[in-house]
Design a protein around this ligand. Structure first.
Ligand SMILES: NC(=O)C1=CN([C@@H]2O[C@H](COP(=O)(O)OP(=O)(O)OC[C@H]3O[C@@H](n4cnc5c(N)ncnc54)[C@H](OP(=O)(O)O)[C@@H]3O)[C@@H](O)[C@H]2O)C=CC1
Ligand SMILES: CC(=O)N[C@@H](CCC(=O)OP(=O)(O)O)C(=O)O
Length: 313
């Protein structure tokens, strides 16, 4: 039987990206609401309960509300918002992060997609904590830059429409300067850290793409870091760990490097003489950071080919 899928918030940035990835699929069918009813709780409630799987592409409060509208025990949920990423009863939707991650997602009724920045941070840090290369009490800093689509429709308008609220012509800006960004709890919890990382995000004047960097002023040997990452992601086609030769040959990492894909690349740069390292993750905030991850989780939950509809490198 063809699975019925409903994207709540389907007219938003992430929802449209998911629909693009699902277009042409014959193993599932999208339930669509007409424009006039797409925010109507009655229409949404019907669609949420008619679907085999729903993907919530909504602001946090609307995502919490959507979950309360579901009373059909068959309906399985993927939430792209921040609302349930450290909530009890929700599987964390990052299949490659833990050895049993994909199996846990496949068996779950409620899955929370990771945040875009935490996807890069956790991919770099979690395997090192697990392997004992990084003490959980280490104070970590995360320097990251996102394309402006990371802020959804409102931020896209601010960067593209001079008459929009908050319109800006800036090339690059720092934000979350109060050190209380909504992604910090998720980064600490899923990395298994004793203290919150210091998160320093920025937005660049480019539509999509992301770099996430974790500097290590006192690093374990670079070869050991690379080996731990390579082992963690062996056989996982969407996560690529660059070799020492590639890192040595890489003079620049551009934010656009993986734009338009659903992949994630990890680099270990460093200086063996000083014992310092820069761990760098590259992804598309709308790819592995949002829509790609949601489609991957949907595939796993419905028992379909995990990579169907995804854009590999
Ligand atoms: N953009 C990104 O890179 C990422 C986004 N996310 C998360 O995904 C979620 C969606 O983000 P994004 O797509 O960027 O945001 P957008 O603002 O682009 O889209 C959100 C959509 O939800 C709709 N909406 C708002 N309230 C309701 C409601 N009560 N009922 C039905 N629809 C509603 C909006 O309607 P309207 O069109 O009328 O405004 C809009 O279409 C957010 O939680 C975000 O944090 C996660 C990872 C990355
Ligand atoms: C550039 C920008 O503003 N990015 C957003 C994060 C992206 C996002 O939508 O956050 P979730 O993944 O948690 O939903 C922010 O920092 O709030």
């Amino acid at each position: 039987m063809t699975a019925q899928v409903f994207i709540d918030g389907g007219a938003g940035t992430t929802g449209l990206e998911i629909a693009e990835r699902l277009a042409g699929r014959t193993d599932l069918q999208l339930i669509r609401l007409e424009e006039a009813r797409r925010k109507d709780p009655i229409a949404r409630g019907e669609a949420l309960n008619d679907a085999d799987a729903v993907i919530l592409c909504l602001p946090d409060d609307a995502a919490r509300e959507a979950v309360t509208l579901i009373d059909n025990p068959r309906t399985r949920v993927i939430d792209a918002s921040t609302a349930h990423r450290v909530a009890e009863g929700w599987a964390y939707g990052f299949p490659e992060l833990e050895p049993d991650g994909a199996a846990r997602i496949a068996g779950a009724r409620r899955v929370s997609n990771p945040g875009c920045y935490p996807t890069g941070f956790l991919a770099l840090v979690r395997p090192l904590v697990r392997a004992g290369l990084l003490d959980p009490a280490t104070p970590l800093t995360v320097n990251a830059t996102s394309g402006y689509s990371g802020g959804g429709k409102a931020m896209i308008a601010a960067f593209e429409d001079p008459h929009a609220a908050g319109a800006t012509d800036t090339a690059f800006r720092l934000y979350a300067l109060g050190l209380a960004h909504k992604h910090i709890a998720e980064m600490q919890a899923h990395a298994g850290l004793a203290r919150p990382p210091l998160f320093a995000p920025a937005v660049a004047h480019t539509y999509r793409g992301m770099t996430v960097e974790v500097p290590l002023p006192i690093a374990p040997p670079l070869a050991e870091i690379r080996a731990a990452l390579a082992e963690a992601y062996a056989g996982r086609p969407l996560v690529r760990v660059a070799s020492a030769e590639e890192a040595d040959a890489t003079a620049l990492v551009k934010i656009e490097r993986l734009a338009g894909t659903d992949a994630l690349e990890l680099f270990v740069f460093g200086n063996e003489r000083t014992g310092q390292a820069r761990l760098v993750a590259v992804l598309d905030n709308l790819g592995k950071g949002a829509a790609g991850a949601a489609v991957q989780n949907l595939n796993l939950m419905l028992g379909l080919d995990e990579l169907s509809g995804l854009r590999r490198i």
